[in-house]
Design a protein around this ligand. Structure first.
Ligand code: GLC
Length: 422
């Protein structure tokens, strides 16, 4: 095991730049990504706390004045990446994209602080980070849920982090691609196009993005005006868990937010309304087109991570999760493999992702430890056998996408080392 731990650390250190870490060492993702950085920080916390803090601090340095923490920060402007900083043309202290990603920072910070004792010198620094995260969460509540419903929206598939999921097919199909749309994608030159989104999907991502820019990324306007507005179960589960963890962090640092407290109870009541009791599965809401979206996505099981109080519902969800991948050798496929939209190799349309497994493992730990341990064991073994890939086939375990992938390495480390000091 020691060798694997060494290799995982090597992946992270190999991808490390000054103050942040790339998602991989090939040319696929030459910048800092929001939720990648969260997972990466957790990985570092097991052997170099300073790097973990640097990762988070840099991310918060890129926070916009209104509170949003962007999904990408472009530190290096000389890359061939598309869409690069000039295409987005925005940012505060650091060039950035104009959208966000799943807000896992509070969750990660709490996990780190639960394990590490911090000295007084570092306390002020942590308090500053917590304040930045609170500002970020308030931005979500204000601009992504202006009606104060308890559920936030995403305005671009890229905000979900599961960019190419079939969850977005229906709402994306309504986006009209302008005839004069011009751009040059780079991802399918670095990785086999069979594993990447189709051109038609990419055209729509770019169309939505261009429209956001045309509206100056104005968060007040865009909730209504965006070409895409979806309430996603996975994203809201992460936000609910993050809000609960943030509340505990606020307590630790003698801070308070009444708004956050009341939002948590609202979300808790509201998110269960997205459960279809007949089909025993959650659904998303396409707010733009006023439709339900029914796709058996693994991300719906992030609800376990939100730690709902309803035990009966949790047990139903767990029972269904067991069926999700029961036919597959490698857990957990991003889309149920008997569904018509399932694709073994294309990213987010079927393959196994280590961050999804990690989130679900965390959600299961306090509800069904036996099943949780099974997922943990299988996830560790998959990485040990196949390497630190971006994602994997649920049929053969074969690794796809980028190699030396940071969050695969970071979360592998966390799974192995989480109880080291217990
Ligand atoms: C892809 C993934 C996204 C991730 C990014 C960098 O765009 O869909 O979740 O953050 O790559 O790894």
């Amino acid at each position: 095991m020691e060798d694997f731990i060494k290799s995982a650390k090597k992946v992270l250190l190999g991808n490390k730049k000054k103050g942040y870490t790339l998602p991989t060492n090939n040319k696929l993702y030459p910048a800092q990504w929001n939720w990648d950085s969260g997972f990466i920080a957790l990985g570092y916390s097991h052997f170099k706390l300073k790097y973990a803090l640097d990762e988070i601090k840099t991310l918060i340095r890129g926070q916009w004045k209104d509170g949003m923490i962007p999904h990408i920060l472009f530190h290096d402007l000389n890359t061939n990446y598309y869409p690069n900083h000039s295409v987005w043309s925005c940012g505060n202290k650091i060039h950035s994209s104009g959208i966000t990603q799943p807000p896992i920072l509070a969750i990660i910070l709490k996990l780190i602080l639960d394990k590490k004792r911090i000295n007084n010198k570092d306390k002020a620094e942590f308090k500053k980070i917590v304040k930045g995260i609170l500002k970020y969460h308030k931005w979500f509540i204000k601009f992504r849920d202006p009606n104060n419903s308890g559920l936030v929206s995403i305005l671009h598939p890229w905000e979900s982090g599961y960019d190419n999921s079939p969850l977005w097919d229906e709402p994306m199909s309504k986006v009209k691609i302008p005839k004069n749309l011009k751009y040059k994608r780079g991802d399918n030159k670095v990785v086999n196009p069979e594993y990447r989104p189709l051109d038609i999907d990419y055209d729509r991502y770019v169309t939505i993005k261009n429209h956001l820019r045309k509206n100056n990324y104005n968060p007040k306007k865009l909730y209504k005006a965006s070409l895409f507005n979806v309430v996603d179960v996975g994203f809201n589960s992460i936000f609910l868990r993050a809000n609960k963890d943030l509340l505990k962090l606020l307590n630790t640092f003698n801070l308070k937010s009444v708004e956050l407290e009341s939002y948590i109870s609202k979300s808790e009541n509201k998110i269960v309304k997205l459960y279809n009791h007949k089909k025993n599965i959650f659904f998303n809401i396409d707010l733009k087109n006023k439709k339900k979206i029914n796709i058996p996505s693994i991300t719906h099981y992030f609800i376990l991570f939100a730690d709902l109080k309803d035990k009966v519902l949790n047990n139903k969800i767990i029972k269904n999760l067991k069926k999700h991948s029961s036919k597959e050798k490698y857990l957990l496929s991003s889309v149920k493999s008997n569904h018509q939209k399932f694709e073994e190799k294309r990213y987010w349309r079927g393959p196994v992702w280590i961050n999804c497994n990690w989130i679900i493992y965390q959600g299961l730990k306090n509800k069904n430890i036996k099943f949780a341990k099974q997922i943990k064991r299988k996830t560790i073994n998959l990485v040990k056998q196949k390497g630190f890939n971006e994602y994997f086939s649920c049929k053969t375990g074969k690794g796809f996408g980028a190699t030396n992938f940071s969050w695969t390495a970071a979360l592998f480390l966390d799974l192995i080392l989480e109880n080291k000091n217990d």
